[in-house]
Structure formats: C-alpha cells, structure tokens
Design a protein around this ligand. Sequence first.
Ligand SMILES: [Ca+2]
Ligand SMILES: [Ca+2]
Length: 274
Amino acid sequence: MTVAYQSRRTVVDFSSAVTSGLFDGDAFLDVVFANYSQANRVCLGDGSGAFTGCANVSADTNSSAGVTSGLFDGDAFLDVVFANYSQVNRVYLNAATTLSVEKVGAPQSVLPGGQLTYTVTVTNTGLFDAAGVVATDVLPGEVALVSTNGCAEDPTAVPTCTLGTIVAGGSAQYTIIVTVGAATPPGTVLTNAVTVDWTANILAAQTTQTETTVAQSPPQPEPEPTPARTGTEQVAAAGVLPFTGSRRLPTLAGIAAGLLAIGALIARYGRRHG
Ligand SMILES: [Ca+2]
Ligand SMILES: [Ca+2]
C-alpha cells in the first residue's frame, strides 16, 4: 500500500502542537493549533481537506506547548486544554454556535381586519458561523399571511424564511406581515411561534420564541359633539315699549272753568271803567 499526501494551507502561526476534533457540530473534522506567544487557533474543516473560518480560541496570547480536547463541561461541544510554558495551563469551554431569536409583534393590539407586523431577529451568539439558517413561523389560525420581507423566498404563501449564513456575532432580521380576520372576536389572544434551525445544529431542541398580541374590541364611536354656536345670539323678548316720561291732557271741565274765569275778569274791568 502506498500512501500519498496532498497539502492544504491553513494559517501561518508559530505553532507548537495540534489536535483535531468535531468542534463546530458538523461532520467535518476541525483542528486546533497551540501557538507560542500568540493566540491559539481553531480552523474548521470543510470536508474537502481544506480548512476555512480560522478563529482565535481566545484573545489570550499564552506560550502554549501542547493541546488536547474532550467533553469537559457536560455538554455536546468539544472543549480544549492547552499546556502552557511557564504559565497557567488553561481549559477553554466550547461556546459552539448557538442562535438566539427575538420576535416582536406590532402593534400590541390590533382590530379585527387590521394588519400586524412581526419582526424576527436571529443572532449568532457562538464562535462559529451558522450556515443554512432557516426560520419557520407557525401563524395562528386567525391571521392570513400578506408577505415576508428579508427572506430568500419572498414572497411565498408559507412564512418559511431562509436566511443563509449568519456569521459569528452577526444577526439577520426579517418581517412577516399578516392580516387579522375580520370575524376575529374581540379579546382573542394571537400566539405566534418561530423556530430556527441551521445545518450544523447538534442541539436536539431548536430555538423558539413566542409573541402574543391581543385583539381588542373596536373603539366606540365618539358621540356627535353639539355644534358650537357662532356669531351673535338674538332673543325675541315680549314686553312694552319703553316710557321716557308723562304729561297730563286738559279736560273739558278745566276748559269751561278757564272760560268762566276770563269772563269774570272782563266784567270786573267794565265796572271800573264804565
Ligand atoms: Ca467541523
Ligand atoms: Ca463543552
């Protein structure tokens, strides 16, 4: 039997030791280099014999002389231990790729027949990129999908969203717009869940998140306001004409008495001069 080797380049480091293992959860063997006076590195195998996505195991720049791997903290992610020269030896627990998902519905309450927007944010909280990320949304029966935005499939009739690769520390966001059925009884609670998975996920449980939106009864119409009066208000008032004073009219008796007095004066004048 003849053994022949082809070489693949990884990174240029001042390496003193190396080990291999399944560090990122996929089926391709990865390698970890123990480096002298610089950060130790993990490089992910792509299945072809090449390694991509090399990253520092940590920011520490110890002088490492040896490395081994094992499941040290009870989870499914392979951890590593470095033997350091004249320094504290260290174990590094694998913060393998994990995705967190946040879902927000707006508005908080919606009227029957109204529109609702869900915003889903998926964040990679691990050390490694997550490839083949797919978010699947199970809409409540009271709503109908209008569209999605930010997914590879936009638009489709099913709110399944392909997000591709989310790099370590990165995030992806998409929205789902739905219409609430017009016959939805007021007070109905709309519960929505989203499930996220990715190619190399080795966790049995997938990440889920629910968001609840309450459909409230339509607001009662405001009573018609009393029209405001404008201009001058005029009021018709019953009454009498105003009096400004009084005068007495002469009577017939008064006139006769006046004539008699005049006659007496004339008679008296005649006797004196006759
Ligand atoms: Ca791997
Ligand atoms: Ca572990």
